[in-house]
Design a protein around this ligand. Structure first.
Ligand code: CP
Length: 308
């Protein structure tokens, strides 16, 4: 297992054993993520945080992870304040970040941007979301959360709900859950179904996902309900968005039809797809899930920068 200097572009680049090693390493970082313990294991290392699309969790948790492990951060959180505004190409921007730091965390609107960036950088590039493509570190923290809450993934009934067409988190996650042997049900409006290539990837690792538009039926025996936002910003046609915007809402009434121990996850941000009344139920783990981003990203940074 070799992590040193490795790019993190797609979850498909990692084996089950490697994913479990990241999860195991992340567990050890929990007290550091909470600020209960301090480590300077990344002292002297600099992370460039390049976010060309909005983010709260991914950017802040990467930056928090780096600071809490003694490293430093330089960042472009708003593209209009960088020379991209003057027409600088992504490849030149990456060359600069590469010469100023030890690791680049990139969020970009174009699918494939992180893979391209990795070709121009000598240091590792971490994909923090590329358009409707992949979000591998979100996937890792989602797997970490399921393993923490349910102690296994194999054989669990997992429902992925919402915008399965444009939601990049579910593209990475569906494949990874299939790799770990979960039973998958995809619930979405007809126009936002899971892309065929993702369904094929699940089948290729031995899982035949079910698809439906009826949420009530899908959650009857669910262990995990993974909710996603309808990705308004990725719709070419605003009218198409308004037709599907309020397709599903998870509320207490819906929850009464699900198993008592079903957990509800969401990569966040949410808009209206989960009612605030659900937040206080023991089923809601989405804020815990967001916190898990810190130990998981600590583990990723530690493994690719230190290789231990
Ligand atoms: N889950 C996630 O990627 O959130 P942000 O867009 O806030 O980073």
């Amino acid at each position: 297992m070799e992590f040193k200097n490795r790019d993190i572009i797609s979850i498909k680049d990692f084996s089950r054993e490697e994913i479990l090693h990241i999860v195991k390493t992340a567990k050890k970082f929990i007290p550091f993520a909470r600020g209960k313990k301090y480590s300077d294991v990344l002292k002297g290392k600099i992370l460039t945080s390049l976010f060309f699309e909005p983010s709260t969790r991914t950017r802040l948790s990467f930056e928090s992870a780096m600071h809490r492990l003694g490293g430093s951060v330089i960042s472009v959180a708003e593209p209009t304040t960088s020379s991209v505004k003057k027409g600088e190409t992504l490849s030149d921007t990456i060359r600069m970040a590469d010469s100023y730091s030890d690791v680049i965390v990139l969020r970009h609107s174009q699918e494939g941007a992180a893979r391209l960036a990795a070709e121009f950088a000598e240091h590792p590039v971490v994909n923090a979301g590329d358009g409707a493509g992949h979000h591998p570190t979100q996937c890792l923290l989602d797997l970490f959360t399921i393993l923490s809450e349910k102690k296994k993934i194999d054989g669990l009934n997992i429902v992925l709900l919402g915008d399965l067409k444009y939601g990049r988190t579910v593209h990475s996650l569906a494949y990874a859950l299939a790799l770990f042997g979960a039973n998958l049900t995809f619930v979405s409006p007809k126009t936002l179904e899971m892309p065929r290539e993702v369904v094929k990837e699940c089948k290729d690792v031995g899982i035949e996902p079910k698809s439906t538009t009826v949420l009530e039926k899908a959650i009857k025996d669910a262990d995990v309900l993974y909710v996603t936002r309808i990705q308004k910003e990725r719709f070419p046609d605003p009218e198409e968005y308004s037709r599907v915007a309020s397709s599903y809402r998870v509320d207490l009434n819906l929850l009464s039809k699900a198993p008592k121990d079903m957990i509800i996850m969401h990569p966040l941000p949410r808009v209206a797809e989960i009612a605030p009344e659900v937040d206080k139920t023991p089923n809601a783990v989405y804020f815990k899930q967001a916190f898990n981003g810190i130990p998981v990203r600590m583990a990723i940074l530690y493994l690719i920068l230190r290789g231990e």
